[in-house]
Ligand binder design. Structure first.
Ligand code: NCD
Length: 306
């Protein structure tokens, strides 16, 4: 299995075996994350964030620092001029002289793929438009594996904005490589993107519904998502679905004792604070797992892990 020099653009570029390898390497880097390491001394990571982000960027940067590496980059929410592919290609060809790995977040679908085509160093997609967020999918899988001991056999619920949420697109693709039951809960307006649904349905059992309370008793994982306000064509449409799901501690009373609630964060109102104090809440633990998975990926693409 060859990871050195590889781009992480879409979760669809990875086999189950490769994803499992990333998860296994994540266990290996955990002590380095805790104690710090000099493995990547002298290496530089550039974070090119053309869309606002705090946690994902900090997660990648922290991962690099804990490895002994260094970071540079920018996080500009509004750079209208980069909407032309050519400009992005030029940015990438400049920055690759400064860094050994590029991490890119961009509002346009296809941007990470384009960057990867132009860059001679590995490119990691940290979220492109409503398309994909592959490293989030890997950390979501890692969370399930750590907290539940396995992925196969689980009843997994993805709830909320399945149309515009990129994390659920990558996660649904990834989960379809495992033997699971997938429950997709959303209002009709925010149903799972067709192309994702079709591919996933070809591989695993998928059950689409609107009422979250119906699947709480059988769920092993409830993965809540934020309604992606910024991706709606009109505010009017957003108002129609705002607050569609608000999960409270009371709603969880019929849940299995070991059921876990996950969320990619940031949350708005879809998980009430009352859930935070229940044993089901794992969304803050997911943040730690995310750091570890990103260390694993950086180590693999830079050839420090194999
Ligand atoms: C997600 C994203 O950016 O897609 N957040 C993240 O990566 N931390 C989810 C979201 O913004 O709702």
């Amino acid at each position: 299995m060859e990871f050195a020099g590889r781009d992480i653009v879409s979760i669809r570029d990875f086999s189950r075996e490769e994803i499992d390898h990333v998860l296994e390497m994540t266990d290996v880097v955990e002590p380095m994350a805790k104690k710090g390491s000099h493995t990547l001394d002298g290496k530089i990571m550039a974070t090119l964030f053309f869309e606002p982000s705090t946690r994902t960027r900090l997660s990648f940067e922290s991962a690099m620092y804990r490895y002994g590496g260094k970071c540079l980059g920018f996080a500009e929410p509004k750079i209208a001029s980069v909407e032309k592919g050519e400009n992005l290609a030029d940015t990438v060809r400049v920055v690759e002289s400064y860094a050994d790995v590029l991490v890119i977040r961009h509002p346009l679908e296809g941007a990470a793929r384009l960057a990867a085509e132009f860059a001679s160093v590995p490119v990691i997609n940290a979220g492109t438009g409503a398309e994909e967020h592959p490293t989030q999918a890997m950390l979501d899988l890692y969370t399930m594996r750590k907290e539940l001991g396995k992925i196969d056999g689980l009843n997994i619920v993805l709830a909320g904005d399945l149309r515009y949420g990129r994390t659920v697109h990558s996660l649904a693709y990834a989960l379809s490589l495992y033997d699971i039951n997938l429950h997709l809960v959303s209002p009709p307006l925010l149903k799972m993107k067709k192309e994702v649904l079709e591919e996933v349905k070809g591989r695993i059992k998928v059950h689409e519904l609107e009422d979250l309370s119906k699947v709480i008793p059988e769920a092993d994982v409830i993965y809540m998502t934020r309604i992606q306000k910024e991706r709606f064509g009109s505010l009017e449409d957003y108002e129609k679905v705002r607050g569609s799901y608000i999960l409270t501690a009371d709603d969880l009373s019929p849940a299995k004792p070991g059921m876990i609630v996950m969320h990619p964060l940031p949350r708005v109102d879809e998980i009430a604070n009352s859930v935070d104090d229940t044993p089901h809440s794992k969304y803050f633990k997911q943040v730690w797992y995310g750091l570890l998975v990103r260390m694993s990926l950086i180590g693999l693409v830079l050839g420090a892990l194999s």
